[in-house]
Design a binder for this molecule. Structure first.
Ligand code: PAF
Length: 283
C-alpha cells in the first residue's frame, strides 16, 4: 500500500490509473479508523479497481471552539487497518499541501447546510464541501463512498456533486454499530465509562420512534417529543436537536406519510462529547 502526501503526486498517479482504464474509488476519512470506515473500503473494493483512502483531519470543518486539536489521531494503526481491508493507496496530505496560502476559495452549498448540524455548526459544511471538492479534483475518483451516520453530510455532498456536475457516483453505506447499538464514531473514545454505557439510548430512542411511525403514527411532534423524553432521562445528556425531516431536502415534515422518505435525526451532547445518529423510515 502506497502512502502519498503530495497533491501533485496523487494527481499524477490518479491520472495514470485513469489512462490504464482503471476505476478509482475514494473513501474520504479523517483517520482514527474504526469498523465503519473499513466497511466503506470493503464497498469500494467491490466496485473499483483502485481504492484510495484519504486521511486528513480537515481544519476548516471545525469551529473555533471545537475539538480539532484533540481530534484522535493514530496514523500507524490507520495504515495497518486500511491495508488489512485492501486499500491500495493512502492519501495523507499536509495542511500546506491542501491549503497553500492565501487559499481564498470556498465551496458553499446553500439551504441543506443551514439546518440540523449546520444550525449549530455554521461553518462546518462549508469546510466539508471545500475539502471534499479538492479531494475529488486531486484523486479523480469515479466513485466516492460516504457513511450514512453523517446523513446530512451525505445529502450535502450529493447536492454539491449534482450542482457542480461532478461525474462521480456517490455511494452512501449503512451505519456500522457496536453490539449495543451505538453508532461507530472516532469521537466515541472521548466518552467516560458511564457515558459510554448510556450512549446507546440514541439508537434505542430512534428505533422506538421508527417503529411508532411504521405502526401508523403520523404526528411528527409527538414522535419528536417522545425521543426527547427518552434522551433527557439520561444523565449528562443535552439535546442539540431532534428532528424529523424529509430525507432529501432536510426540511421538517408536517405529517408523516408513507410516500415520503423520512429521516429521524438527532444530535446530543453527552458531557462534552457531541454525538449524532439517525434512522431512515419508509424506504
Ligand atoms: O466524514 C468525514 O470524516 C469528513 O467530514 C470528510 C468527509 C472526510 C471530510 O473531511
Amino acid at each position: 500500500m502506497m502512502v502519498i502526501r503530495s497533491c501533485a503526486e496523487m494527481s499524477a498517479l490518479a491520472e495514470q490509473q485513469r489512462l490504464q482504464g482503471n476505476k478509482i474509488a475514494l473513501v474520504p476519512t479523517m483517520g482514527y479508523l474504526h469498523a465503519g470506515h473499513l466497511s466503506l473500503v470493503k464497498v469500494a473494493r467491490q466496485k473499483a479497481d483502485w481504492v484510495v483512502m484519504s486521511i486528513y483531519v480537515n481544519p476548516t470543518q471545525f469551529g473555533p471552539q471545537e475539538d480539532f486539536a484533540r481530534y484522535p489521531r493514530d496514523f500507524d494503526r490507520d495504515l495497518q487497518l486500511a491495508e488489512s481491508v485492501g486499500t491500495d493507496l493512502i492519501f495523507a496530505p499536509t495542511d500546506i499541501e491542501m491549503y497553500p496560502p492565501p487559499h481564498l476559495t470556498q465551496v458553499v452549498v446553500d439551504k441543506v447546510t443551514a439546518v440540523l448540524c449546520g444550525a449549530s455548526r455554521p461553518t462546518h459544511f462549508q469546510g466539508v464541501t471545500t475539502v471534499v471538492s479538492m479531494l475529488f479534483n486531486i484523486v479523480k475518483p469515479h466513485i466516492a463512498i460516504f457513511g450514512q451516520k453523517d446523513a446530512q453530510q451525505a445529502v450535502v455532498i450529493r447536492r454539491m456533486v449534482a450542482d457542480l456536475h461532478y461525474d462521480i457516483q456517490i455511494i452512501v453505506s449503512p451505519i456500522v454499530r457496536e453490539p449495543d447499538g451505538l453508532a461507530m464514531s472516532s469521537r466515541n473514545r472521548y466518552l467516560t465509562a458511564t457515558q459510554r454505557k448510556n450512549a446507546p439510548v440514541l439508537y434505542r430512542a430512534l428505533q422506538k420512534a421508527k417503529a411508532r411511525i411504521e405502526g401508523g403514527e403520523n404526528d411528527p411532534s409527538a414522535v419528536q417529543e417522545e425521543i426527547r423524553r427518552t434522551l433527557t432521562s439520561v444523565d449528562e445528556m443535552r439535546i442539540d436537536y431532534v428532528q424529523i425531516v424529509d430525507g432529501e431536502t432536510l426540511q421538517p415534515v408536517e405529517k408523516l406519510d408513507k410516500e415520503q422518505n423520512i429521516l429521524l435525526a438527532v444530535a446530543v451532547f453527552l458531557g462534552n462529547t457531541r454525538l449524532i445518529d439517525n434512522a431512515i423510515v419508509y424506504t
